[in-house]
Design a protein around this ligand. Structure first.
Ligand SMILES: Cc1cc2nc3c(=O)[nH]c(=O)nc-3n(C[C@H](O)[C@H](O)[C@H](O)COP(=O)(O)O)c2cc1C
Length: 438
């Protein structure tokens, strides 16, 4: 059987993805606010020959969060630009919102990162779940789930046209003729759609990858529809191997129905990992993190991730019945509403405790050998093309993965032993969009 090489994306989060991570690591608590923290992780991921590092973006934080865990929501593209200078191969994926950005400025930011990194940029397309973003951006309303995704299609379409607004051969640098670039090799999108009007080429030539790699994480029908149309890397979090296989199969069918090659898509489920030299050690580390976890944080955070403002809720009362009639702000909220309908008298706290879901719901605890087997099993069953690794603590889990899991995967012939390309597209075996005019 020939297997495609695995792909890995390292999710960077302050001190680790587990909410208690910051309480167990030795680092200075302010360290996560400095460039060195990000540099250290990027270098470990690059040493592990990973495809990319990833930075999330949430645009507005609910204030309950500052009590429970470090808040370091910098602008991801700014951080990644700094990392581009200190790394040479690792892909740099940042998040950008289609609901709270303008297509021209977002296209420019990510194409800038692509130029500065020599073709290593990726854009995680999100529609922004939290309603708090509306107030932060001075908007009267936060658009509903379905409307956000309808707009997102048009938004991505415009961005792609902007990335193509210079032909690859536009710059001629003809000193004799005094022509730096051929004006005839520009193509203004002159886009006039239902939501966006965009005239004007980008203010610099086409970037090394043509288009930064398009990434998506939505799991709702609308989210998968957006991914099927555009995404080249998807990091969803189905709860089980069976669910992940069904998700990946379904997405590949939808990708083909959009006239695209399903092999031009990597599905890298988000997997939180806690490692130890022995299984007992890994279990003890995971248990310690859980013992420190806060039940208060849990109910608030699940509401926040689902797209609600936790301050509006009483955890000891039932889920407000009027909210079950309104459109759900996310697929997680859909599950919450279904659970609340099934148990209308139950306190919200109990419903949320039993709900699960969210990016950290898949949690692997074990040794490097066990993790290597787990990864291979998921790949062989068709549940994943690799993983988005969320170290429960950082940098420990990522360093352990690089030093102890990577060699096992390499020995099994599942993982690269060196970077063959320079761009993120090359790492992911993605073709470069042709653009126009050549
Ligand atoms: C691993 C992972 C990372 C995500 N990162 C972000 C993020 O940085 N910013 C954001 O607004 N949403 C993020 N999301 C949320 C998704 O983009 C999406 O909005 C959410 O899953 C709800 O969409 P859905 O209803 O289509 O599932 C992330 C989701 C996952 C699973």
């Amino acid at each position: 059987m020939t297997v495609r090489p695995l792909h890995f994306n390292a999710f960077i989060w302050p001190n680790g993805y587990h909410e208690s991570a910051w309480r167990v690591v030795d680092d200075d608590v302010h360290g996560v606010l400095g460039l060195d923290y990000y540099l250290d992780i990027a270098r470990i991921a690059e040493r592990g020959l990973m495809d990319a590092i990833f930075l999330a973006d949430t645009l507005a934080i609910a204030e309950y969060r500052v009590t429970h865990l470090p808040q370091t929501q910098f602008d991801p593209v700014v951080v990644l630009s700094a990392l581009a200078a200190a790394t040479s191969r690792i892909g740099l994926i940042g998040t950008g919102s289609t609901t709270y950005s303008k297509p021209w400025e977002l296209a420019r930011r990510f194409a800038t990162l692509d130029h500065l990194s020599g073709g290593r940029a990726g854009w995680n397309i999100v529609t922004t779940v939290t309603p708090l973003a509306a107030a932060a951006f001075g908007e009267a309303v936060h658009l509903e789930h379905g409307d956000r995704y309808v707009r997102a299609h048009e938004f991505v379409e415009v961005v792609r046209q902007l990335w193509d607004s210079w032909a690859d051969d536009a710059v001629v640098g003809d000193r004799g003729r005094g022509v730096w670039a051929e004006r005839s090799r520009l193509r203004d999108p002159r886009f006039h759609g239902e939501f966006y009007d965009v005239d004007g080429v980008l203010p610099f030539p086409r970037s090394p990858q043509g288009h930064p790699v398009l990434v998506q994480a939505g799991q709702s029908t609308a989210g998968m529809g957006l991914a099927a149309r555009y995404a080249e890397l998807v990091f969803a979090t189905p709860a089980t191997l069976e669910a992940s296989k069904a998700f990946r199969d379904n997405l590949r069918v939808q990708v083909a129905a959009n006239g695209r090659d399903p092999d031009q898509l990597s599905v890298l489920p988000a997997l939180m990992v806690t490692l130890g030299g022995t299984e007992a050690e890994a279990q003890a580390r995971a248990r310690h993190l859980e013992e420190l976890a806060s039940a208060e944080f849990h109910w608030q955070n699940t509401l926040y991730l689902a797209g609600f403002d936790p301050d509006d809720f009483d955890p000891d009362a039932p889920f407000p019945s009027n909210l079950t009639e309104k459109p759900a702000p996310s697929s997680l909220a859909e599950r919450l509403i279904a659970a609340a309908r099934a148990r209308p008298e139950a306190p919200l706290r109990e419903i949320l405790r039993d709900l699960g879901g969210g990016p950290g719901q898949l949690h692997f605890v074990g040794t490097p050998e066990q993790l290597a087997e787990h990864i291979i099993a998921w790949q062989d069953e068709g549940g994943a093309d690799g993983f988005t690794l969320m170290g429960s603590t950082l940098p420990y889990e990522l360093a352990t993965f690089t030093d102890h899991v990577v060699p096992l995967l390499q020995r099994r012939g599942r993982y690269r032993t060196e970077y063959r390309g320079r761009t993120l597209r090359e790492h992911l075996d993605l073709s470069r969009p042709a653009g126009w005019g050549l």
